[in-house]
Ligand binder design. Structure first.
Ligand code: SAM
Length: 268
């Protein structure tokens, strides 16, 4: 890299650049991009993952918010026929403009931690386009994504993501793999949208509403937290014990509650 392209990591863009070649290689092997794949990288930064993704022969689109990184990325990769750079905010990016076939898009990124949850929800609203996603996230977030019912990690994020996707916690990455090192541990997660939803809700928005209400006060019983939405009788009729706390319910039970709410005309 020449002197004029030196870049200082910016905190406000969540910039922690990967520099550990072993970790970079392990991530690339987990993604296993192939010629003919359509890959979208969110936040390529200085190109730590980008190089290997391009070498796979995949068609790569990258979305980077920081304008100062554009010349650095173009300097390295603009000559590659399989590289397209989009400068802008991934949270506002319309994934349909990429023209990828339904179910084909492979999304990857070492994500800025401050936008990881809204970005995952933005991507899930386009789940039909996506084949799989591989993200570096804060380790605690990956633990919540991959959690099962019964523990403190099980909550809105686990339920809404597992509604759409199979979640695999692949491996952890320590702060030393980054420059500058973040204050937290990280992990790589794979999210694979279900071909057919295992527990489809009659109205997805009502599932979101029930889950949000239930976990607003996670120490209270469902009978209490869902009072404004469902009567005790309606909760029991959904096959759910109203004296349980939200973290004790699995996804299927939340879907039954949402479908019960759907039957109430005022809810729609
Ligand atoms: N992929 C690079 C790596 O692994 O070294 C950089 C990772 S760094 C943690 C996150 C990257 O996302 C930065 O390049 C940052 O500028 C970019 N970024 C931050 N917010 C973004 C947004 N809303 N949309 C797109 N890129 C964003």
């Amino acid at each position: 890299m020449t002197e004029q392209y030196q870049h200082r990591a910016r905190k406000r863009f969540g910039q922690n650049f990967l520099h550990d070649a072993g970790v970079i290689d392990r991530i690339l092997r987990s993604i296993n991009a192939r010629e003919g794949d359509r890959v979208l990288e969110i936040g390529p930064g200085q190109g730590a993952l980008t190089e290997g993704l391009l070498n796979s022969g995949a068609q790569l689109d990258v979305v980077e918010l920081d304008k100062d990184l554009v010349p650095i990325l173009n300097n390295q990769f603009a000559g590659r026929g399989n590289f397209s750079l989009h400068q802008g905010d991934a949270l506002k990016f319309d994934f349909h403009t990429l023209g990828a076939e339904p179910g084909s898009l492979r999304v990857v990124g070492n994500l800025p931690y401050n936008i990881s949850t809204p970005l995952i929800f933005h991507l899930l609203s386009n789940a039909s386009l996506i084949r799989d996603m591989h993200f570096m996230l804060q380790k605690e977030v990956v633990e919540r994504l991959a959690a099962g019912p019964g523990g403190g990690d099980w909550g809105r994020l686990s339920i809404m993501v597992q509604y759409h996707c199979r979640v695999v916690h692949l491996f952890n990455v320590g702060p030393g793999a980054f420059n500058p090192p973040p204050k937290v541990d990280s992990a790589i997660v794979r999210l694979v949208p279900h071909a057919t939803l295992p527990h489809p809700a009659k109205d997805h928005r009502l599932l979101e509403r029930v889950v949000r209400e239930a976990f607003n006060q996670r120490r209270k019983t469902l009978r209490n937290t869902l009072k404004a939405l469902l009567s005790s009788e309606a909760i029991e009729a959904a096959g759910v014990d109203g004296s349980l706390r939200p973290e004790q319910l699995d996804l299927a039970a939340f879907v039954r509650l949402a479908d019960k709410l759907f039957e109430q005309p005022a809810a729609n």
